[in-house]
Design a protein around this ligand. Structure first.
Ligand code: ATP
Ligand code: MG
Length: 485
């Protein structure tokens, strides 16, 4: 492969060659991309002219997104049957929740919301895409006191894109709360802008560790009255890369602050931090099984030189709505993106060595469905939520089980169906077996044709008004013959 330099990724927009097996035509892609991810477009039910009215009819005034007709697996449907209204939340917050299209709490939200509201520390482990962001943001926003103008809560995340995503969700959820000020602060942006912003009222900070610590140490971000710190992707934040920064940040907070930890993976290394900083944490573990029920995993055995050809075949045979393709280095991301473009498929790429401006643009445009395929490093492995992604491809196989789990969890969001395909070279063989064992999962050899009902939305949509249509497992709606994995 020839070397490619970091080009403006936007150059790769619009190279959609029609003659391939990917779902053809931008309209189809956009239609699916606009499944009601709350951050995407929505149709609105007209409000009464005086804006939102309070009274028994408040629910009728909501601007609801279109119903998502895709089936959902038991990963999100096996709840206790709680309602968001059971938690005595402010009505304005409930309005924001319902306008996200969230009708009922997911299992992790049921477990987490009441405990977080009570002020107790939490360690919560729940599968990818099952609503952990809502599980901490709802109680966090409920507890913001608008009469006070200092920072009251901070959410730490490991990547800048995730910070943007979480701050967008916070803004959406708090839309009717009348003045909750949310600020995202990350590296790669102008420090002076952040300093000026912090001169005004900020109630909630969503941050990556380096930048917020810088602002705290400069005395600009004041943490002495911040009662709550959330660590999303906590195990990553508590890994060697970040833990020193996190402990430093916590040292600026009040002694009786509340700490909430969320992730799908909690390696044993987290225990040390927990023992040191958490007070009788309430432990939530919804991961008796580790992989998502809705994701079918395959591998294709290839040599390094066959990988691009194999990818080309996958593109021509699969019905990809949107795909994320992982490589193990920045350089390989760029090389592969170039190859894919040469093959005539539309493709963006993103990695941490790109300018933040471009990263933001790629993230924004990909989630809005402007391009079908995204090639990336592990920058996009954790937390990134793009509902239209139905296929994840490990062009390079990851080194460890945590990374594998988070990567494949980029499809099959909120219990939907998805496909994970791994290109395996002879060097990866041992790793494949290892990861299968650690995750107690079955990665099967790829068949010559893949049943579309396993991953294509139009093959598994249901009547939105029929509650009996919950999806139990691979293969169809409430098929009683199919047990759990
Ligand atoms: N109660 C709900 N009802 C319907 N959809 C929901 C609900 N809660 C969250 N969602 C949607 O589910 C998707 C996944 O949520 P989220 O990103 O919070 O998952 P997560 O558990 O944090 O996943 P990850 O482990 O990958 O970070 C989002 O698109 C979100 O809007
Ligand atoms: Mg998350």
């Amino acid at each position: 492969m020839a070397t490619a330099r970091t080009a403006n990724p936007a150059q790769m927009i619009g190279l959609n060659k029609p003659a391939n097996g990917q779902l053809r035509g931008q309209a189809a892609l956009l239609a699916a991309a606009q499944q009601p991810s709350a951050l995407q477009k929505r149709t609105s039910i007209p409000q009464s002219s005086g804006g939102i009215k309070f009274g028994d009819d408040w629910k009728k005034c909501l601007e609801l997104p279109p119903k998502d007709t895709r089936m959902r697996t038991a990963d999100v449907t096996s709840t206790k049957g709680n309602e968001f209204e059971d938690y005595c939340l402010k009505r304005e917050l409930l309005m924001g929740i319902f306008e996200m299209g969230w009708e009922k709490p997911s299992p992790v939200q049921e477990e987490s919301i009441p405990i977080a509201l009570s002020g107790r520390d939490i360690l919560a482990r729940a599968k990818n895409g099952t609503g952990k962001s809502g599980a901490y943001l709802i109680p966090l926003l409920e507890r913001i006191d608008l009469k006070k103008d200092h920072i009251q809560a901070i959410v730490m995340v490991p990547t800048r894109e995730l910070a943007l995503q979480v701050s967008q969700i916070s803004i959406q959820l708090s839309k009717h709360l009348g003045g909750v000020k949310v600020m995202a602060t990350t590296g790669g942006t102008n420090l002076r802008d952040d300093i000026m912003r912090l001169d005004e009222t900020v109630h909630v900070v969503i941050a990556t560790p380096g930048r917020i610590l810088d602002l705290i140490k400069k005395g600009v971000a004041k943490m002495d009255k911040a009662q709550l710190i959330v660590m999303d992707e906590a195990d990553k934040l508590l890994s060697q890369d970040f833990v020193v920064l996190i402990e430093d940040i916590i040292s600026f907070m009040p002694k009786d602050r509340q700490i909430l930890l969320y992730s799908a993976t909690f390696p044993i290394s987290v225990q040390k931090f927990m023992n040191k900083h958490l007070k009788k944490p309430y432990e939530i573990n919804l991961m008796e099984e580790l992989t998502l029920k809705g994701i079918t995993q395959y591998y294709a055995y290839v040599t390094e030189r066959q990988k691009v050809h194999c990818l080309n075949t996958l593109f021509s045979r699969l019905q990809i709505n949107q795909s994320i393709i992982f490589c193990n280095s920045t350089q390989r991301v760029e090389l592969l993106a170039k190859k894919i473009t040469q093959l005539g498929y539309s493709c963006f790429y993103i990695h941490a060595k790109m300018m933040q401006e471009y990263r933001n643009r790629v993230f924004h445009d990909f989630r809005n469905g402007l391009c079908r395929n995204l090639v990336c490093t592990d920058l996009f492995t954790r937390g990134i939520d793009i509902q239209a992604v139905n296929v994840v491809i490990n062009f390079d196989f990851p080194k460890n089980a945590e990374t594998y789990l988070h990567r494949i969890g980029r499809s099959g969001r909120f219990g939907h169906l998805g496909l994970a395909i791994n290109l395996i070279t002879s060097e990866d063989r041992y790793n494949l077996k290892n990861i299968e064992d650690q995750l107690v999962t079955d990665i099967k050899p790829i068949p010559s044709s893949i049943d579309k009902s396993l991953y294509v939305a139009e093959f598994h949509s249901v009547d939105p008004d029929d509650d009996e249509n919950d999806y139990d497992d691979h293969g169809g709606a409430k098929n009683k013959e199919l047990g759990g994995i």
